[in-house]
Design a protein around this ligand. Structure first.
Ligand SMILES: CC(C)(COP(=O)(O)OP(=O)(O)OC[C@H]1O[C@@H](n2cnc3c(N)ncnc32)[C@H](O)[C@@H]1OP(=O)(O)O)[C@@H](O)C(=O)NCCC(=O)NCCS
Length: 152
């Protein structure tokens, strides 16, 4: 079950973020993505359990580059990985952003996050290595692909 985010989703997502990632990332899960940009984000819940968080995607349509949809953060409950929840979050976001006029989508991954690298490759993204992209010692792979999603 997929829907947009609201400010009320922040607490539940923030509470599990560090655990679901396996490292402290919760401070990057800014409340503004729920309260001010929630209409662009995606909340996933298991069918028949709307109150249980299965995954979340925080994203936006770029103001400086209106053709670009940008994914800031996404995660899936470890107990529900490998079942297409991550792909469904991206599909819902991509569909919504394409309807708003975006023609491509971008997301970042740390070069050490093998699961995320494989995930983006499976979804047809092309990655470019960028040294110190988010700060000293913080390299990133910048992934991008055209919208709509679908076959690469
Ligand atoms: C990355 C993440 C969101 C993937 O979610 P998921 O629900 O397990 O992904 P899906 O089941 O939708 O998988 C989609 C595709 O990616 C592939 N994939 C996903 N995780 C993978 C992994 N760890 N290794 C290899 N392939 C993987 C799947 O095989 C699938 O490919 P297919 O459709 O061709 O079979 C999830 O592992 C996660 O939350 N990780 C921790 C948080 C994180 O790293 N977020 C990304 C930050 S950049």
């Amino acid at each position: 079950m997929l829907r947009s985010l609201t400010g009320e989703d922040f607490a539940a997502a923030r509470a599990v973020a560090d655990d679901w990632f396996g490292r402290p990332v919760g401070l990057t899960m800014h409340r503004l993505f729920f309260e001010q940009l929630g209409a662009s984000g995606v909340h996933a819940a298991p069918r028949g359990e709307p109150g249980r968080l299965a995954g979340v995607l925080l994203g936006l349509c770029s103001e400086n580059d209106p053709g670009l949809a940008y994914i800031h953060f996404h995660m899936v409950d470890p107990a529900m990985r490998g079942r297409g929840v991550g792909r469904a979050l991206y599909a819902a976001f991509g569909e919504r952003m394409h309807a708003r006029g975006c023609t491509r989508v971008r997301a970042l991954a740390a070069p050490t996050n093998g699961g995320s690298l494989r995930f983006h490759e499976a979804l047809g993204f092309t990655g470019t290595f960028r040294s110190q992209y988010v700060g000293p010692g913080q390299d990133r792979i910048v992934f991008e692909r055209p919208l709509p999603l679908g076959p690469a």
